[in-house]
Design a protein around this ligand. Structure first.
Ligand SMILES: [Zn+2]
Ligand SMILES: [Zn+2]
Length: 140
């Protein structure tokens, strides 16, 4: 599976058959994505590879540890390595040939925008779930 930023300077590949993703509705993810929620997935590091140089990737890190990596040429969010874990976070909208995306959970529903609506029958977490549990959900 191939992923790239708007300008194409950042490209990467995932060695996974299908994508399971989550949507996080917190205020940080809204600003980072520019929309109601972030659509992300987390894949094991051995299933992720860069197809381009990373020289033009910039990283903004909040004191809390929240980080946003983006292409300094076009501004697209790009994957980043999870702190201290052998996993990569991947913004799902950057995947160019994903045949299907299964949304398994909605996170931080307590802080969603008042105008946002979340499907009723979905799995929802008021806040951030345990990261290991979430990673398991995304990789079964
Ligand atoms: Zn770019
Ligand atoms: Zn969030």
């Amino acid at each position: 599976m191939l992923g790239k930023c708007l300008c194409g300077q950042t490209a990467f590949q995932l060695d996974v058959p299908k994508i399971k993703a989550y949507q996080c509705h917190c205020s940080l993810c809204r600003m980072q994505s520019g929309t109601a929620s972030n659509l992300g997935t987390i894949v094991p590091a051995e299933k992720f590879s860069w197809l381009s140089s990373r020289n033009h990737i910039k990283s903004w890190v909040k004191e809390s540890g929240f980080s946003s990596d983006f292409c300094s040429n076009c501004g697209s969010p790009v994957p980043n390595e999870l702190r201290g874990m052998a996993y990569y976070w991947v913004p799902v909208g950057t995947l160019v040939d994903a045949a299907s995306v299964d949304i398994v959970a909605h996170l931080c529903t307590n802080s969603k925008a008042v105008w946002d609506s979340i499907p009723e029958n979905s799995v929802q977490y008021d806040n951030l779930p345990d990261i290991s549990a979430l990673i398991n959900e995304l990789n079964v």
